[in-house]
Design a protein around this ligand. Structure first.
Ligand code: ADP
Ligand code: MG
Length: 267
């Protein structure tokens, strides 16, 4: 089954979802990692994706962001069909330039922050808006300063990444992603590499973004964060969505034995 042969799953326009994934499949060799993932995320919605290690969470996020190409199904973000373009005669793959353009709309924050070590915090945040969006440097610097303020690091603009704690570095990585004005932010275990005492400050920053109405998909094992911030919790297991609902439904009254077993590890 190929994306090229599928009928359109979503259209742009008012009321349209921010993310519409339909039947997303992915295999690596003999291993089928995603077995048909359906997920719809509305604008401003915060979805927390839970699931055991190896269940396909990262692969799914990577399919939303061009880091993996699905073997089947379709993904729309902000009404755009990811990786493809509709023409009068059908559907074609995007050119590399079109892929770059599409990826700008989607910010991603990883477990490891990957800041540029030889640039200051401010320069790290300014880099992409100047280089990719061709924003005038003065404007980009002013916006970067405002973003650093937003993540609580206004006083660290001139510091180098090595001078910051892991939690501070991750907040810079969040500011850097926001500098591209993404429609959608993906977080893949953003606090898993941090010392426990630094987790809270990163989660607090993410909570602020959620409150401001940013559309977010967050892979995390922070159940308390899911309970407090998520509009919806989705539980994945072995390449499938097993259940999805409000935090109270999925976390307090899970229907599936696999969900119960998984959540039991956090008690
Ligand atoms: P999760 O994020 O839920 O822990 P992943 O999406 O990282 O799960 O991985 C799902 C499965 O796919 C795992 O078995 C992993 O080893 C495998 N996998 C992920 N990426 C690749 C790859 N590039 N090549 C081969 N196998 C992969
Ligand atoms: Mg992962």
């Amino acid at each position: 089954m190929s994306v090229l042969s599928e009928r359109p799953a979503a259209a742009a326009g008012p009321g349209a979802p921010m993310v519409a994934a339909r039947g997303v499949r992915k295999r690596f060799g003999h291993l089928e990692v995603l077995k048909g993932i359906d997920l719809t995320v509305d604008p401003g919605e915060v979805v927390v994706l839970l699931g055991p290690s190896g269940s396909g969470k990262s692969t799914f996020l990577r399919c939303l962001n061009h880091l993996e190409v699905p073997d089947g199904g379709s993904v729309h973000v902000g009404g755009d069909l990811i990786g493809f373009r509709r023409t009068r005669t059908g559907v074609r793959h995007l050119t590399p330039r079109e892929v770059t353009r599409q990826r700008r709309d989607i910010g991603m924050v990883f477990q490891h922050f990957n800041l540029f070590p030889h640039q200051t915090v401010l320069e790290n945040v300014v880099e992409a808006p100047c280089g990719v969006l061709r924003e005038p440097r003065g404007e980009a610097r002013a916006r970067a300063a405002a973003l650093l303020e937003r993540v609580g690091l206004a006083d660290k603009a001139g510091a180098y990444p090595r001078q910051l704690s892991g939690g501070q570095q991750q907040r810079v990585a969040i500011a850097r992603a926001l500098a591209m004005r993404p429609k959608l932010m993906l977080f893949d275990e953003p606090t898993s590499a941090l010392d426990p005492e630094l987790v809270g400050e990163v989660l607090a920053t993410m909570r602020d973004l959620a409150r401001d109405g940013l559309t977010m998909i967050v892979v995390t094992h922070e159940i308390q964060f899911a309970r407090e911030v998520a509009d919806r919790v989705v539980f994945m297991d072995a390449g499938r969505v097993l259940e999805s609902g409000t935090p109270a439904e999925v976390l307090d009254r899970p229907r599936e034995p696999r969900t119960r077993e998984f959540l039991g590890r956090f008690l």
